[in-house]
Every structure is written in C-alpha cells, then in structure tokens.
Design a protein. Structure first.
Length: 285
C-alpha cells in the first residue's frame, strides 16, 4: 500500500490563494462543541494529504480558518474535525450535508512517518490534538508491519470530551496497539485514569531508544510531554510537536504566524522538539 503522497505539497501549488469549492458529504457530532465533517472537494487532488497537514476552510462573507485533516490518508475524502470556538468555526461546525464551503491546501509539514518506519511509534494527544494524529493511526494500522510498538496516550478534560469515541473503543480492543486514555476530571461512572497525560508515558511498550514520538495538544501539555519524553530517554530529534497557533494566509506570505525565527504555516506546523525547544523557553513568544 503506498504511503502518504510524496508530492502532496504540489496540490497547493496551482493557486494557493484561491479557495476551491467543496461540499459537505457527512457530518458527525463528536462532543457538545465539536463535529467532524467529511468534505468532497470539486478538485479531487485536495483529498491527498500527508498526516499532520492542514487546510484553510472558508465561508464566503464569514472568514477563513486553518483546520487539520483528521481523516484516513488512504480515503478519497477530506475529513476535518472542528471545535466551535468563535465566529468562523461556529459557522463551519453548523454546516449540513450538501452545503458548500471553500478549501485551500492542504498545506504545511506532515509528521515524519517515513523516518519513523522500523521504530516504535508513540502518539501523545491532548484534547483536539487527537485530530491531526488520527491520520497517523490510520496510516500505521494499515501498514502495521512497518512499525515496532505502537501506542496512543490521549488526555481530555472529561470523558464527554473524548473525540472519535467509537474508534477509541475499537482501538482499545486491538492487541497491536497500546491505548491509554486519561481525563482531568470525571464522575463516579468513569473507571479509567484521572490525571495528566504525561503520567501515561512511562507505561507504554515503546522503548525510548527506538521511539519516534508525535505530540499535539495545548502548548503547556506539549512542553511537559516533550520534557518527560526526553527524561525517559527519547532523543529530542525524534520528538515532534504540531504548533497550532493562529495563522492567516497558510503559505508563509503574510507573517501573521511568525514565532521567533519561524513562520508556523510554512516551516510547520510539525517541528522536531530540538528545533523549537529554545523558542518554547522564551516568555511571551
Ligand atoms: C495548523 C492549525 C491547525 C488547526 N487545526 C484545528 C482543528 O483540527 N480543529 C479545530 O477546531 N481547530 C483547529 N485549529 C484552530 C482553529 O484554526 C481556530 O480555532 C480558529 O482559527 C478560530 O477561529 P474563529 O473565527 O472561529 O474564532 P475566533 O473568533 O478567531 O477566536 C475564538 C477564540 O479562540 C482563540 N483562538 C483562535 N485561534 C486559535 C488557535 N489556533 N489556537 C488557540 N486558540 C485560538 C481566540 O484567541 C479566541 O479566544 C487549528 C489551528 C492551526 C493553526
């Protein structure tokens, strides 16, 4: 089975400024404020992406926002998971099957899946950070023999905030995937872990010296996770973080997402920890 297309960046090459039309094919509610949309772009090339990439989704007269691709890289659909936090995301999350929107991209660096082949693969997600990591799981489970141990550690605020619940249950039953879920707080019905996601990291079958770790979540969670992974013995060059700060053009021209020496949309969103560790330590950056 082929890996994520090596030339996915070419998709955005034709006219990266102009949104192409797409239609909502399916809409699934994930949590109280989050939905997953399966989009059918008029240009089928826009369904080709590397796990970790994002698109710019727009509604005419409303605005445009970056959203990670959360679907299966082997599927001919563009699947994206949207939390309604403000003006644009609320309108996108309310779209119904058949309704239209604009799509630019996919853009950005993906997770380093080629260099992870042959190694243990540890995914660490906080909240909505599971969305850009789900394509990695689809990719790795479809090519399971290419990787050593495979683990997902996932932390959310509460049990009700868990995304992709049906899939989490299916993944929990797999013998070839170590799944650990924790929540910040829960009622008496919750029989799982309570606490921060970093507490799960030492208990996975991944061997630190062989591990590639992919991390996405709130910045404070990523900082503590990267430090804990280093402490456990994972090389800083094999820890990768997705920096999902707000951005505007998506293609490195407007400067809106400048972060120290980086333009997050052009140089990221996925970075090796060793490359951005210094910037993480700068207060207010
Ligand atoms: C590379 C990338 C990938 C992303 N992937 C997803 C995704 O898969 N699903 C998803 O729901 N969202 C994702 N986001 C965040 C999403 O782009 C923002 O929530 C959106 O831009 C908010 O726009 P709005 O007009 O709805 O809200 P606004 O009115 O602009 O903002 C509402 C509130 O959200 C805050 N906010 C805006 N953008 C961000 C951000 N990037 N990070 C944290 N807080 C923010 C604002 O400060 C404000 O408090 C991603 C962002 C980036 C940069």
């Amino acid at each position: 089975m082929p890996g994520p297309a090596a030339d996915v960046r070419a998709v955005a090459g034709a006219d990266p400024w102009s949104p192409s039309p797409a239609r909502v094919r399916e809409r699934r509610r994930e949590t109280g404020d989050t939905v997953t949309l399966a989009l059918e772009p008029a240009d089928p090339a826009q369904t080709r992406f590397a796990p970790g990439q994002f698109t710019m989704l727009s509604l005419s007269g409303v605005g445009e926002v970056p959203i990670s691709v959360s679907g299966d890289p082997d599927e001919a659909l563009l699947v994206q998971t949207i939390r309604a936090v403000g003006c644009v995301t609320s309108r996108l999350a309310a779209l119904k099957p058949g309704e239209a929107l604009g799509v630019r991209g996919p853009f950005g660096t993906g997770w380093p899946l080629e260099s992870a082949a042959g190694r243990d693969l540890l995914l660490v997600a906080g909240g909505l950070g599971l969305a850009p990591l789900r394509p990695v799981l689809y990719h790795a489970l479809a090519r399971r023999e290419r990787f050593g141990a495979l683990a997902l550690c996932y932390g959310t605020r509460s049990p009700d905030d868990r995304l992709f619940r049906g899939e989490l249950e299916a993944w929990a039953r797999r013998a070839d995937l170590h799944l650990a879920v924790t929540v910040d707080h829960a009622g008496p019905d919750w029989e799982g872990e309570v606490g921060v996601v970093t507490r799960l990291l030492a208990r996975t079958p991944c061997r630190p010296e062989r591990t590639v770790a992919l991390v996405c979540g709130p910045e404070i969670m990523m900082r503590f996770t990267a430090r804990e992974l280093e402490h456990l013995g994972v090389a800083p060059g094999r820890i990768h973080l997705s920096m999902e700060r707000n951005m505007q053009c998506g293609i490195g021209l407007c400067g809106h997402c400048q972060w120290g020496p980086f333009l997050l949309c052009r140089d990221g969103p996925v970075f090796p920890w060793e490359r951005i560790r210094a910037a993480f330590g700068v207060r207010g950056l």
